[in-house]
Design a protein around this ligand. Structure first.
Ligand code: DGL
Length: 258
């Protein structure tokens, strides 16, 4: 049985990478919806249809648990998927709670970067209104980052210029934490570290998701704990060039994401 990871494209590899480090004795499957990436600029109904189609394909594999390694897909489809399937399904959400906790003593603000659809959805708005009682959270959609990432363009001058332009309206000295609320964004971590003031922490949602995954699998006694790990790549259009790109992205993440 494999632990499956699903994203619109290569973004979820940032979560897979961490999972492979934490669970080195498990087998993994990674599925990218190459036919429909990006999700974050599409309508809720379209994304729900695409996610259901993709998970239908994944469910035909031998899978012990499914990680929706995509904040956008989680916010649109997780309840529906949990109604349809018996397997454990773990989602992602922007790490707003840990970010607010980090800043409690400094009184600094939190800036959440995510796709337009994630930021528009009620799941995100409810999360923020539940925990941000002091009004410390600001949000900034960055849809272009998904396109750059899909081209493996993650640390060029174009990216640096893009970030400078996006952050220009913000007084960054007011911020203590930037939340990467899209799984494509950790690919830009090394550029962000260069651009943002040293005092700003950069957090993503992988840790919470992977803790939940490990807990669920161990409760069900489904951790394989064997001598080696195997990884199977899949994508919705079956394009061999994209399978190769996913392998490259995993290697690239070692360099730019950690
Ligand atoms: N990686 C995804 C996320 O975490 C979605 C990116 C996209 O397809 O727009 O939100």
């Amino acid at each position: 049985m494999r632990i499956a990871f699903f994203d619109s494209g290569i973004g979820g590899i940032s979560v897979l990478h961490e999972a492979m480090k934490q669970l080195p004795h498990e087998d993994f499957l990674y599925f990218a919806d190459t036919l429909h990436v990006p999700y974050g600029t599409k309508s809720k109904d379209e994304v729900l249809t695409f996610v259901k189609q993709a998970v239908e394909t994944i469910s035909k594999e031998e899978v012990s648990a499914l990680v929706i390694a995509c904040n956008t897909a989680t916010s649109i489809a997780i309840s529906e998927l949990r109604r349809i399937y018996d397997m454990p399904i773990i989602g992602m959400e922007p790490a707003v709670k840990p970010a607010l906790a980090m800043n409690r003593s400094s009184g600094k603000r939190v800036l959440v970067l995510a796709t337009p659809l994630t930021l528009k959805e009620s799941k995100y708005r409810e999360l923020v209104s539940r925990i941000d009682d002091m009004g410390m959270v600001d949000s900034l959609p960055m849809p272009e980052l998904v396109q750059f990432c899909e081209q493996l363009n993650v640390d060029s001058q174009q990216i640096i210029d893009y970030f400078h332009a996006q952050f220009a309206p913000f007084d960054l000295s007011l911020y203590g934490t930037v939340v990467l609320g899209c799984t494509h964004y950790p690919f830009f971590r090394s550029v962000l570290k260069k651009i943002l003031p040293d005092s700003i922490h950069i957090v993503d949602g992988s840790a919470g998701t992977l803790n939940r995954l490990t807990q669920l699998l161990s409760d069900r006694d489904q951790l394989l704990g064997k001598g080696h790990s195997d990884l199977k790549w899949m994508c919705s259009d079956g394009n061999p060039a994209y399978l190769e790109k996913m392998r490259k992205a995993l290697q690239l993440f070692e360099v730019v994401g950690v």
